[in-house]
Design a protein around this ligand. Structure first.
Ligand code: TMO
Length: 317
């Protein structure tokens, strides 16, 4: 048997024996999407900064929050740091099934996205938070634009909440008006609260809103996956979406299927990233209440949580 003595041969033998330890990440840029709500933007920068600490090159790309799943499927975007079950579960699960996107990790955070009202509205409509009670006092929410129907202020259309389908399936006296941005939602909420005016709008948790206002989610018929696929499910036998959104929804991290092969070290870090409800709420708050730039907010979160992410980088946590 030949004895290898030079350093290159030793390295080759060690690489063979140790496998992935010696695997090198591609120098190609990892593309991270930026959407239109604060926690996602801050979280994207946190993930980007962590991957950079691990040696990766990253780039941020503005991306529609539904189209991102097909972009990831094609490798045009490399990951998604906030897959909310309620808004994106359908688009995400479709590409995972096709095999072009990986379910990389699940955050500890549990999510809910739903119609919501500040607490003084509860006194205006006896029986809230039941949706029937909201519907019975729909006229209180009517505006010049929607009269005689009540106005529901939905989020930007790319969050794809199927609110109009739900209004139809449940026979509600509401009209859905979509806000152009998250900032528009919060501006309307602030002005309604200041004047104690009726308002019902799209909100979610974890978010900064819970730190600033008391309020409740409207309770619709409980979510069931069949509700969105099977018209015969639920009280309306002809239409889908006669139910609410998931209450204990997941928050996941997704990656393009080639991510682990191309960037194995970065992928090991990405899989460790894990935000709690408090983390996501704080990430939103730093921008939406404290008025930080998202990148600054990411630096602040990293400075305040060193002990956690250092473990993510070394694989010990
Ligand atoms: C996806 N979102 C948290 C805005 O509902």
């Amino acid at each position: 048997m030949k004895i290898f003595t030079n350093a290159a041969s030793v390295a080759a033998i060690m690489a063979f024996a140790a496998g992935p330890v010696f695997a090198q990440d591609s120098t190609d840029v990892i593309k991270i999407p930026i959407h239109n709500w604060s926690s996602q933007i801050v979280g994207a920068h946190i993930v980007g900064k962590l991957l950079e600490k691990g040696g990766a090159k990253v780039e941020y790309v503005s991306s529609d929050s539904q189209v991102v799943y097909t972009a990831m499927c094609e490798g045009d975007v490399s990951l998604e740091n906030e897959v909310w079950e309620g808004a994106f579960g359908v688009a995400f699960e479709k590409v995972v099934k096709e095999g072009c996107v990986i379910d990389a990790a699940t955050h500890d955070a549990k999510t809910r996205e739903e119609w919501w009202y500040p607490s003084y509205v509860g006194e205006m409509c006896p029986g809230l938070p039941a949706w029937e009670a909201l519907n019975a006092c729909a006229d209180k929410f009517s505006t010049a634009e929607t009269a005689p129907k009540g106005r529901f202020l939905g989020g930007p259309v790319d969050w794809l909440k199927h609110d109009a389908e739900r209004v139809e399936a449940l026979g509600m006296n509401f009209e859905v008006v979509n806000a152009g941005s998250a900032a528009a939602l919060w501006a309307e909420l602030a002005s309604a609260v200041e004047r104690k005016e009726p308002i019902v709008l799209f909100n979610w948790t974890p978010n900064f809103v819970e730190a600033l206002y008391e309020g409740k989610f409207v309770e619709f018929p409980a979510y069931d996956p069949k509700c969105k696929d099977d018209p015969s499910w639920g009280t309306n036998k002809e239409l889908t979406y006669d139910c609410g959104n998931p209450k204990d929804g997941y928050l996941k991290i997704a990656a393009w299927k080639e991510f682990p092969n191309k960037w194995p070290k970065a992928y090991a870090i990405l899989q460790k990233v894990n935000f709690s409800n408090m983390d996501v709420a704080v990430q939103a708050k730093l921008v939406d209440i404290d008025n930080m730039e998202p990148e600054q907010a990411a630096d602040k979160w990293l400075a305040d949580n060193q002990g956690r992410w250092q473990g993510w980088l070394t694989g010990t946590n």
